[in-house]
Design a protein around this ligand. Structure first.
Ligand code: NAP
Length: 345
C-alpha cells in the first residue's frame, strides 16, 4: 500500500513545512499566500532535466511555498511547463492538491492561430480548458489575463474571467501587466460581476520601479487587491552572480531570450556592486536584500521568484530573517537602485 493511499507517490512532504514560511493576506480577500511564490517561466521546459525540475518544485513545497505560478506560454515549447507540473502533481503532489495554490495565465501569444492570443473569450476560456488538461486538475486557484489587450473590449476579457470562476474552473481572478487605469477598470467591472479581483501580477524590483512610479501600489490598497510581484531579482541581476564581470555557464543571461549579456554593462555593475555592499553591511546577500525590499510594501502579498537550484531556494527564502530596512538604508538603495538598470522597460 503506498504511503498516501491510492496515489502512487514517491514524495512525502516535509512535516514542518508551514513553520518557516510567512503567509500574507491577499488584498481584501480571505486568501493567504506565501511570502515567496514559485514561478515556472524559465528552465521548466523540455530543454532541462525533469529530475532537477522535480527536485526544485518538491523542495519549494517542503519550504512552505504553496503557490506555483504557471502560464500556457511557459516552456519551451509553449505549454511544456504546465505539462511538467501536471506530471509532478500526478506522481508526487496529488495528495496535497488542497494545500496548493496553482495559477495559470492566458492571452499572450502561443501560436499563429488568432485564438491562441489576445483577451477574447475564445482565447482565454479554451486556453484554460487546455491548461486544466495539461495540469491534470479540475480547477486552478487563480486564472489570470496575462496582459491587457487593447484590441478587445475589457468587458469581454473580464467576462471570460467571471465565467472561469463561476464555472468552478478557477477559484479567483487575476490580471497581469495591466497599467493602473485599466487595472482599476477591470477591478470595478469584476466587482460589479460579484467576482472581486484577487490579485495583480506586475514586475517590481529595485531596478524596475514602475509600480511606485505609476501608482499601482497605491491603487492596490484603494481597490483592495493583492500584488504578486514578478522578477523581484530582475532575473538574477539583483544577485551577486554577475558582479565580477563574467557570466557563469548556466546563468540565465547565457541561455534566455529575455536576458542577455548586453544587459550586463558597466553601469549595471557599478549600481549592483553598491547595492551588494549595502547588503553585506547588513550581513545578507544582494538577493536577500532585493527580496526583503519588495516585501517591505504592505500591498505586496508575495514575491514571485524563479530558481534553477534548491540552493537558490534555500538561500532566497531566508530573506525575511533579517532586521527591517531602515529609512537610511532605503534612501541609500534609492541612490543606486535606478529604475531601468539592466532591465528592458
Ligand atoms: N506575468 C508575467 O508577464 C510574468 C513575466 C515574467 C515572470 N513571471 C513570473 O515570475 C516568475 C519569476 O520570474 P523570474 O524567474 O524572472 O524571477 P527572479 O526571481 O527575478 O529571477 C530568478 C532567477 O535568478 C537566478 N537566481 C535566483 N536566486 C539566485 C541566487 N541566490 N544567486 C544567483 N542567482 C539566482 C536564477 O536564474 P539562473 O540561475 O538561471 O541564472 C533564477 O531562475 C516566473 O517564473 C513567472 O512565474 C510573470
Amino acid at each position: 500500500m503506498p504511503a498516501h493511499g491510492p496515489f502512487e507517490t514517491t514524495h512525502r512532504a516535509a512535516d514542518g513545512r508551514y513553520d518557516g514560511q510567512e503567509y500574507r493576506r491577499t488584498g481584501n480577500s480571505g486568501l493567504d499566500l506565501p511570502a515567496f511564490s514559485f514561478g515556472l517561466w524559465q528552465k521548466f521546459g523540455t530543454d532541462h532535466p525533469y529530475e532537477t525540475q522535480r527536485e526544485i518544485v518538491l523542495h519549494a513545497f517542503d519550504l512552505g511555498i504553496t503557490h506555483f505560478d504557471n502560464a500556457n506560454r511557459y516552456g519551451p515549447p509553449h505549454r511544456a511547463a504546465e505539462k511538467f507540473f501536471g506530471t509532478v502533481l500526478r506522481r508526487d503532489l496529488a495528495p496535497y492538491r488542497d494545500e496548493l495554490i496553482l495559477s495559470t495565465k492566458a492571452g499572450n501569444p502561443i501560436g499563429p492561430s488568432p485564438y491562441h492570443r489576445g483577451g477574447s473569450r475564445k482565447s482565454l476560456l479554451t486556453s484554460l480548458d487546455h491548461s486544466l488538461r495539461d495540469l491534470g486538475t479540475d480547477y486552478v486557484d487563480i486564472f489570470y489575463s496575462h496582459s491587457p489587450d487593447p484590441a478587445t473590449p475589457l468587458e469581454e476579457t473580464v467576462g471570460a474571467l467571471v465565467t472561469a470562476v463561476r464555472s468552478g474552473k478557477a477559484l479567483y481572478a487575476g490580471i497581469s501587466n495591466y497599467a493602473p487605469e485599466r487595472a482599476h477598470e477591470a477591478a470595478e467591472s469584476l466587482r460589479r460581476a460579484g467576482v472581486p479581483l484577487l490579485v495583480h501580477q506586475p514586475r517590481y524590483s529595485i531596478f524596475d520601479r514602475r509600480p511606485e512610479i505609476n501608482g499601482l501600489l497605491k491603487l492596490a490598497a484603494e481597490d483592495g487587491f493583492g500584488l504578486v510581484v514578478y522578477s523581484p531579482l530582475a532575473q538574477g541581476l539583483l544577485t551577486n552572480k554577475y558582479l565580477d564581470g563574467t557570466i557563469p555557464p548556466d546563468a540565465r543571461a547565457r541561455n534566455s531570450a529575455f536576458l542577455s549579456a548586453d544587459d550586463i554593462d558597466d553601469t549595471y555593475r557599478e549600481r549592483a556592486t553598491a547595492l551588494n555592499e549595502i547588503a553585506q553591511r547588513r550581513g545578507q546577500s544582494l538577493a536577500q536584500l532585493a527580496l526583503q525590499w519588495v516585501l517591505r510594501q504592505p500591498q505586496v502579498t508575495s514575491a514571485l521568484i524563479g530558481a534553477s537550484s534548491t540552493w537558490q531556494l534555500d538561500h532566497n527564502t531566508r530573506a525575511l530573517d533579517f532586521p527591517p530596512l531602515t529609512d537610511e538604508e532605503l534612501a541609500l538603495i534609492d541612490q543606486h537602485g535606478v529604475h531601468g538598470t539592466g532591465v528592458r522597460v
